[in-house]
Every structure is written in structure tokens, then in C-alpha cells.
Design a protein. Structure first.
Ligand code: HMG
Ligand code: MG
Length: 306
């Protein structure tokens, strides 16, 4: 086989969006005390993370773990970070309006079956509810991010078509979202699929922030991140400790671990602004309150407690 001589094309700097307090905790059955969540968020900020998903304004009947969203937001906003909260519908956005939070993430699945399980609506029904809400948020000068679930595979329908992902993203771009966070919800994408989809997304939507969100079910998240970097993506959602998973996506494991991603990026000379030593302290804050061991390689090799 012919050897390819091209050097890796790498950026100098990457933005990490820490989703541990939201994606990382939403799947935990035992309620994590609100004060511990706040301490976790504070420790993550101390580690240099500047964009974070703090919590979700979803139904507490569906996701009891996020029942303390208003309390988290009341105490965890600051002016030097982008503090994002998730909201799935009008009621969620109304709850956001009652806070001082100015960055909102809506979430919709490309596949109908997943969207039904996650939000109790078809994808089209969700869109007709959230698109006008996004226009309203933009008119009020909010930062809006659209999280696109099941962009590669659906746990119920299997492979998802790239054209369907591009079409759905286009709907959000039309109403002026600032960011698209495109997700491999069940951690099934392979690097060639990551490269292909993110290349097309970057070409189609050059003016929005493009973020990749990989779950690490099959241990391909780092490979998928490297492939997305090659496609020009410079923003990644990650979760400290590799926590995470969606309660309505059977088989989904945690997100790519922030510490493993940051380690990889630093080893390649790419800046993130994250201090790995401080990040391990944040993982230590949350570790005693979660139901499974921390499986990230960087934590296993470097934490003093293991
Ligand atoms: P529903 O039962 O169809 O809602 O749930 P409804 O509109 O019929 O309302 C039923 C009750 O819920 C009413 O209260 C509403 O007021 C209340 P009642 O009259 O019975 O007392 N309600 C709410 N309460 C608080 N906050 C709200 C809200 N909305 C309605 N926002 C709903 C529909 C969307 C609410 C529900 O399905 C839900 O909360 N789903 C959220 C599921 C979730 O959090 N999933 C995980 C986040 S997404 C994710 O992880 C993927 C991501 O990481 C990317 C990836 O990896 O793919 C982002
Ligand atoms: Mg997720």
C-alpha cells in the first residue's frame, strides 16, 4: 500500500466544553447532593474550563437528578465562563427566563424514535416547538446552542443518514443558533464517519461554532476526535471522569473523558487552557457520589487515590 506522507493538520488551540455536571450526572440513579454538584462545577472552573453545561431544565419526573437546576444556576453563574443550561421545550425556556443564565442549549434527535423516547415528541414536533423559541432567545441576545442527538446511529433505528443530519442542522442555522453540538449519542461512530460528517458540516455551516460530542461506548471517542480535528473541528464536548450517558439511549456509555482528551491535545501541542492537576481534583470531588468507577486512563494513571 502507498504510504501517505501528509502531516496531520492540527490547530494551535481547542475549546473544551465541559458537560460533566449535566450529561455526566443525568444518568446517575442516586441523587447527588446539590452542594456537591456546586463544588464540582467550581472545581471544574478552577481547572480552567471556560464553557460548561451546568444542568438541565427538563421534567424532574423524567430526570429527577436535574430537579435542582434552579438552585444550581442561582449559585454557579459567573462572568468569566459561558454557563450553559439545557431546555427541551417552552416550559424549560420559561424556567431559564426566571434565572440570570444567558446561554441555552436545546436538544433534538435526528431520529424520530430516539426523540420520542427522549422528549416525547417526533423530531418535527420538537422543531416546531423549539425553532420559534430560539428566535425569541436570539432577539433577547441569548447564546444558543443546538445539540443534535443520534447524528451517526440511533439505538432504535440504526444508521442515520448524513443528509438528514445536515438538513436538521440547517433548520437551526436558519433561526440563528450560535453553535451546533453534533453528537454520537450511543458511541458507535468510527473515525471515517466522524471525518466525513464533520467535513460536510464545516463546509455547509462555516459561520456557526461547530462542536463534536462523542460518547465513548466502544472506546473510539479519542479516534473520532482526532478525525474531527482533521475535518477542522476545534470544539469538543467532554466530561470530567468520563461520566455520562443519556437515560433514554440504551447502551450509551459516558462521554469522552475531559482529562484523556486534554492529555491527547496537550501531547500534540494543542492548547486548551485546562490544568490537568486541577482537573483531577474536580474528578475527586464527584467520584465518591457516583455509582461506577472512574475509567479514564489519565485518572487511573495519575490520581493519588487509586
Ligand atoms: P411530557 O411528559 O411529554 O411533558 O415530557 P408535558 O408537556 O406533557 O408535561 C407533563 C408535565 O411535565 C407537566 O407537569 C409539565 O408542566 C411538566 P404537570 O402538569 O403534570 O405537573 N414539564 C416540565 N417540568 C419542568 N421542566 C420542563 C417541563 N416540561 C414539562 N421543561 C419533556 C416532555 C420534554 C418535559 C420530557 O420528555 C423531558 O423532560 N425530557 C428530557 C429528557 C432528558 O433530559 N434527556 C437527556 C438530555 S439530552 C442528552 O443527553 C443528549 C445530549 O447529551 C447529546 C447526545 O449525547 O446525544 C445533549
Ligand atoms: Mg450526550
Amino acid at each position: 500500500m502507498r504510504r501517505v506522507h501528509t502531516m496531520l493538520q492540527l490547530p494551535k488551540k481547542v475549546e473544551i466544553i465541559e458537560v460533566g455536571p449535566r450529561d455526566g450526572l443525568q444518568n446517575e440513579k442516586n441523587f447527588v447532593p446539590t452542594d456537591v454538584k456546586k463544588e464540582f462545577i467550581s472545581a471544574l472552573k478552577d481547572a480552567g474550563l471556560k464553557e460548561l453545561e451546568l444542568t438541565s431544565f427538563v421534567s424532574p419526573k423524567w430526570v429527577p437528578q436535574m430537579g435542582d437546576a434552579a438552585e444550581i444556576v442561582a449559585d454557579c453563574l459567573d462572568s468569566t465562563s459561558r454557563n450553559i443550561v439545557l431546555a427541551p421545550n417552552k416550559k424549560g425556556i420559561e424556567r431559564v427566563y426566571m434565572t440570570d443564565c444567558k446561554a441555552v442549549a436545546v436538544f433534538v434527535g435526528v431520529s424520530n424514535s430516539f426523540n420520542q423516547k427522549n422528549i416525547n415528541k417526533t423530531t418535527a414536533e420538537s422543531l416546531s416547538e423549539v425553532l420559534p423559541l430560539i428566535s425569541e432567545l436570539k432577539a433577547k441576545d441569548y447564546f444558543v446552542r443546538a445539540c443534535i442527538s443520534t447524528a451517526f446511529y440511533c439505538p432504535y433505528e440504526g444508521k442515520v443518514e448524513e443528509d438528514d443530519v445536515l438538513a436538521l442542522c440547517g433548520e437551526f442555522v436558519k433561526v440563528g443558533v450560535d453553535e451546533l453540538s453534533v453528537a454520537d449519542t450511543i458511541g458507535m461512530a468510527a473515525p471515517h464517519e466522524s471525518y466525513s460528517l464533520f467535513s460536510k458540516l464545516k463546509d455547509a455551516f462555516p459561520d456557526v461554532l461547530m462542536t463534536a460530542h462523542f460518547h465513548d461506548t466502544r472506546k473510539l471517542a479519542l479516534a473520532n476526535i482526532l478525525a474531527a480535528l482533521q475535518a477542522g473541528v476545534t470544539r469538543f464536548d467532554t466530561s470530567a471522569g468520563g461520566l455520562g450517558g443519556c437515560p433514554f439511549a440504551p447502551g450509551a456509555a459516558g462521554n469522552a473523558a475531559t482529562e484523556d482528551v486534554v492529555y491527547l491535545l496537550h501531547r500534540m501541542g494543542i492548547g486548551t487552557g485546562v490544568d490537568l492537576g486541577e482537573l483531577l481534583k474536580a474528578v475527586e470531588v464527584i467520584r465518591p457520589h457516583i455509582s461506577r468507577p472512574i475509567e479514564s486512563t489519565y485518572f487511573r494513571l495519575n490520581s493519588v487515590s487509586v
